[in-house]
Design a protein around this ligand. Structure first.
Ligand SMILES: Nc1nc2c(c(=O)[nH]1)N[C@H]1C(S)=C(S)[C@@H](COP(=O)(O)OP(=O)(O)OC[C@H]3O[C@@H](n4cnc5c(=O)[nH]c(N)nc54)[C@H](O)[C@@H]3O)O[C@H]1N2
Ligand SMILES: Nc1nc2c(c(=O)[nH]1)N[C@H]1C(S)=C(S)[C@@H](COP(=O)(O)OP(=O)(O)OC[C@H]3O[C@@H](n4cnc5c(=O)[nH]c(N)nc54)[C@H](O)[C@@H]3O)O[C@H]1N2
Ligand SMILES: [Mo]
Length: 714
């Protein structure tokens, strides 16, 4: 980043970064647009008109103290009258990339004592986290595909060539995938769309949305039936092998093929290749999670990797050794995660990790009674565009007694707020990636200082959180007592916490033993390889080497074993069996991502939205013809919950019986302050997705495989 006189001059890749080697994502170059965006809020906004349904029409800027006092007073009053559950919280995706929200934000929201916490987790990776919890004993223990050393990479429901790899932090993943083929290996993409990754891979299989669990179960079936199970050195750690074998008996490839669309010969070949290739890995991502059987599918990915000897081995699915280890830190607080301790009142969806599934959010606002949400805090989230049945959620938000949004934009969601508290932008604060490093394909540590000082009128996310905490947590007497603690936390800031976490980490002051990780024990106080000071002096980042085997040391299960057959999954199999024998729906909807988009919130960047309109519906020629739709024509797409009109793009890259629309569009709703996005509105995929269509096991939203109708507009 080159900057001069407060302006971004250029954003370039860092060729000396040992991990990225100078690769840069187009979204990074848009940071300049974001930084200079005149629509970006810098001081709090308070809504001046109370007319329901006409929210966002009147706003006034206000000072921070006034805004904090207003929010603190009203939230405290609602809580005093209706109890802690009356305050709901929704945390969005940018939380994960924001040190302040990862530390102080979590501290604040988790301390509110409400059972109405929600986040983007339950429309994203929840099934992977549940599989990690039930199998390895910790919800964060998600293995990462060792792409740089594998010779067979099987990708289900991920499009890393566009997304850049998710739960697989891998800058320039395109080159890493190309390298697999260059060394004689194979990349196989299994996806209802022939994606950009499929084009790179060379091998692609269409699969009907929502049927990955059936395919994977058939692979398990073949592994056992053809004596291809090779558990290797992991054998003594595996429990539940017989139960897995029994579970798969009813799912031979011939039985699942009519539902999945993947022929039995391909399934058998895949099973043989996975078993026979010493360095191979199965990887599943968003498309595999956000579907009706996301829970089972995420579990079965782990099972297949374990059965073929590709768990915790180079080239397989491995665990990282990050410089900040949230697992160790969280273990000090008692647990590795929790599941189903309570349920949502409406649809009875299970709690996970202290949160309820976001598909239940509107229900929990609208359903009267105890635990009803009366006040909502949204932080770094845009659920109106990003969660199913956004239109219903809008109606629910309009009925809240109070809504507060910590967000830099007046957008489709925050226009329902009474108060918007805008934080500093990414160039105005320092940065360290905690989750991304945990799921990185190499162990790396990198710290970036702020590029620009923040303006005197601006506040960081963590400062906003601490002010709210100081006004909200505990009864007044307790608050007075806690005042010195808040004062101390305020003085320290997230950087101090970062320094401590690094010192306590595996490369920090006291080197810890961890089985086979190559980390050696040192004397207490021995200076480590990574400290905040050292990171500041090494702006390109520190490479900590390739992933290392981490088992059994990394396991968090009480018995120290890997649980391959948790009862929760076995109990969900009858539901899957029913799907296998049901006729496939005539037309279903899936999403897609674009290289120059980031969920819903970067469409205000002129350089990202320029070019051909991207919010188009991909339709297979046979489906288009059957409905009299030509390429470029407008079509009406509808579901149980709503309808949108979109231009059609006829293409053979989509499977017959499936249509695809990108998510994150729909900026024509009015009442926002997003001038560029409003010129490229598109329509919202989530005005068609259905909040009642969920993976009932995990509660995760099923935005993939929604039953839809398509026709010419009336
Ligand atoms: N149909 C369908 N829906 C999907 C998906 C899909 O594939 N299909 N994908 C899902 C996935 S994986 C995700 S992660 C979710 C994302 O869902 P959300 O996280 O709810 O939505 P985003 O679009 O990421 O919106 C991010 C919000 O954070 C604000 N923001 C940006 N940076 C900061 C910051 O530093 N601090 C604060 N306080 N605010 C900030 C932005 O202005 C914006 O309002 O969408 C999900 N929705
Ligand atoms: N450019 C860009 N990068 C991003 C984002 C972005 O919005 N834009 N978002 C970020 C976020 S929040 C996340 S979580 C990651 C997501 O990272 P990825 O999971 O790699 O992202 P997607 O492109 O959504 O890939 C999902 C794939 O699943 C396929 N699919 C849909 N349904 C099914 C199904 O039932 N079975 C199978 N096998 N496949 C299915 C879709 O066709 C699609 O190709 O990307 C991150 N990176
Ligand atoms: Mo995500």
């Amino acid at each position: 980043m080159t900057a001069s006189a407060g302006r971004v001059v250029a954003v370039r890749g860092d060729r000396d970064d040992p991990f990225s080697g100078g690769y840069i994502c187009p979204k990074a170059t848009a940071l300049a647009d974001l930084h200079h965006d005149p629509d970006r809020l810098r001081t709090p906004l308070v809504r001046t008109t109370e007319t329901a349904g006409r929210r966002g029409t009147g706003w006034r800027e206000t000072g921070w103290d006034e805004a904090f006092d207003l929010v603190g007073r009203r939230l405290a009053a609602i809580r005093a009258e209706h109890g802690p559950d009356s305050i709901g919280v929704y945390q969005g995706n940018p939380t994960a990339h924001n040190l302040g929200l990862m530390t102080y934000g979590q501290l604040l929201f988790r301390s509110l004592g409400t059972r109405n916490l929600f986040s983007a987790t339950s429309i994203d990776q929840l099934p992977h986290m549940l599989a990690a919890l039930l199998t390895f004993g910790h919800q964060l223990l998600m293995p990462v595909p060792d792409v740089d050393r594998c010779d067979l990479f099987v990708c289900l429901g991920g499009n890393p060539a566009v997304s850049n790899g998710s739960i697989m932090t891998a800058p320039n993943i395109r080159d890493r995938l190309r390298a697999i083929r260059a060394r004689g290996g194979r990349v196989v993409v299994i996806d209802p769309r022939r994606t950009e990754t499929a084009d790179l891979a060379g091998e692609h299989l269409f699969i009907r949305p929502g049927t990955d669990a059936l395919l994977l179960l058939s692979i398990v079936h073949v592994l056992f039936a053809d004596d291809l199970v090779r558990t290797g050195a992991l054998r003594p750690l595996l429990s539940g092998l017989d139960a897995v074998r029994a579970a798969a008996t009813g799912f031979p490839p011939e039985a699942t093929a009519p539902a999945t669309g993947v022929g039995p010969a391909r399934v058998r070949e895949l099973a043989r290749a996975l078993s026979g290739t010493p360095r191979a890995v199965v990887y599943g991502r968003v498309g595999l999670c956000t579907q009706e059987f996301g829970g089972l599918a995420a579990w079965l990915v782990l099972v297949v990797n374990a059965l073929t000897g590709h768990l915790d081995t180079p080239g397989g699915a491995m665990f990282s050794t990050p410089a900040i280890d949230p697992l160790a830190l969280l273990r000090r607080f008692g647990h590795g995660g929790a599941f189903d301790r309570w349920r949502s009142r409406g649809a009875a969806l299970p709690e996970f990790g202290g949160e309820l599934p976001v598909a239940a959010l509107a229900d929990e606002i609208e359903t009267p009674g105890q635990r009803q949400i009366r006040a909502l805090i949204t932080s770094a989230g845009n659920p109106v565009l990003s969660t199913p049945n956004g239109a219903r959620l809008e109606r629910a938000l309009a009925g809240l007694d109070l809504m507060v949004s910590i967000d830099p934009y007046l957008n489709e969601t925050t226009r329902f707020a009474h108060v918007i508290l805008p934080p500093t932008g990414p160039l105005e604060r320092s940065h360290y990636e905690i989750p991304l490093a945990l799921y990185s394909v190499r162990n790396v540590a990198k710290y970036s200082p702020a590029v620009f000082p923040r303006g005197p009128e601006q506040r960081h996310d963590w400062e906003i959180c601490i002010e709210l905490a100081a006004r909200l947590l505990g009864p007044p007497a307790l608050r007075r007592m806690a005042r010195p603690v808040w004062a101390m936390l305020r003085r320290l800031g997230p950087e101090a916490l970062l320094a401590v976490a690094l010192a306590a980490g595996p490369y920090g002051l006291r080197h810890r033993v961890s089985a086979g990780s190559g980390v050696r024990v040192g004397r207490l106080g021995t200076p480590g390889r990574v400290s905040l000071r050292r990171l500041r002096r090494t702006p390109h980042g520190i490479d900590l080497g390739p992933l290392q085997p981490r088992l059994p040391g990394r396991l968090h299960t009480r018995d120290g074993l890997i649980h391959l057959a948790p009862p929760e999954y076995l109990a969900d199999l009858p539901r899957l069996r029913a799907r296998m024998s049901a006729p496939p729906p005539e037309l279903v909807l899936i999403g897609r991502r674009h290289l120059r988009s980031n969920n819903s919130w970067m469409h205000n960047s002129p350089r990202l939205v320029k070019g051909r309109p991207r919010c188009t519906l991909l339709v297979h020629p046979s489906d288009a013809e059957a409905r009299g739709l030509d390429d470029g024509a407008m079509a009406r797409l509808s579901s149980r919950v709503g309808a949108v009109e979109v231009p059609v793009e006829v293409t053979e890259s989509i499977m017959p019986g499936v249509v695809s629309l990108p998510h994150g569009w729909g900026h024509g709703r009015g009442g926002t302050r997003l001038s560029t996005a409003a010129e490229h509105p598109g329509v919202s995929l989530n005005d068609v997705t259905d909040e009642r269509f969920v993976d009932t096991l995990t509660g995760n939203a099923a935005v993939s495989g929604v039953v839809v109708r398509l026709r010419r507009p009336p």
